[in-house]
Design a protein around this ligand. Structure first.
Ligand SMILES: *[C@@H]1O[C@H](CO)[C@@H](O)[C@H](O)[C@H]1NC(C)=O
Length: 219
């Protein structure tokens, strides 16, 4: 802007000098010079105004460019999220060999039969599900027994019991119970089912007792 006005002033000065030289002796020349000066000042003002508008427009464009870059970033993130979507789901059966328990102490139930395993988050040797990402997961189970007595189990998140399910099987036939829960887990949180001391469950090749879980959505 400064150099622009300096250039105009320079041109104004040289035009004046030229006019004075060429029109020496002409009566109308001072009027002409004032007229030309006015024109130059007028164009200078118009030019400055245009320059100002151009600056504003350029700033606006810069803002738009930044917005587009931000949107492109978000789009890229969404695309990536879709293709990298984590899939985690499992269903496991307890055992083929009949009764489990009763034991003197509470014990983690080791569901050893794989019905479904996507994502390998359930450890069949330890009986423990480990959350691969922070998110909301859903777990459910069905547990059965066939003799008189207490049947039941705990569902744990890490070392904290979340659900206790219990039934007194007093008729002594096949009985089963089911439950489910949605849990918000941090990455690495562990979920397992546990058999309380002196309780019993039952399973055979018909899959009476099943533990299932899946990732609803990551957080
Ligand atoms: C029990 O689960 C196994 C898979 O582990 C399956 O092949 C079998 O058909 C199931 N049995 C019954 C009776 O549902």
């Amino acid at each position: 802007m400064c150099s622009y006005s300096a250039a105009l002033e320079l041109r104004l000065g040289s035009t004046e000098t030229q006019l004075e030289t060429h029109s020496a002796g002409n009566i109308d020349s001072p009027v002409l010079i004032v007229l030309i000066k006015s024109f130059i000042v007028f164009f200078f003002i118009v030019g400055s105004a245009l320059r100002l508008r151009l600056d504003v427009t350029e700033k606006h464009l810069e803002g738009l460019r930044a917005e587009i870059a931000e949107l492109e970033k978000q789009l890229e993130h969404l695309k990536k999220g879709n293709t990298d979507e984590l899939k985690v789901a499992f269903s496991v059966g307890l055992t083929d060999s009949g009764p489990v328990g009763p034991f003197d102490e509470e014990r983690t139930l080791i569901f050893s039969k794989t019905l479904t395993d996507v994502g390998h988050a359930y450890d069949r040797a330890a009986g423990v599900f480990t959350a691969p990402v922070r998110g909301v997961y859903f777990f459910s189970f069905t547990a059965a027994d066939y003799l008189k007595g207490y049947m039941g189990l705990y569902l744990y998140r890490n070392n904290q019991p979340i659900i206790f399910n219990l039934d007194l099987n007093d008729h002594g036939g096949y009985a089963s119970m089911s439950n489910g829960v949605a849990l918000k887990l941090e990455e690495g949180d562990r979920v397992r089912l546990s058999l309380p001391a002196s309780y019993r469950l039952y399973d055979d090749s018909r899959n009476f007792s099943v533990f299932s879980g899946f990732l609803l959505f990551a957080l």
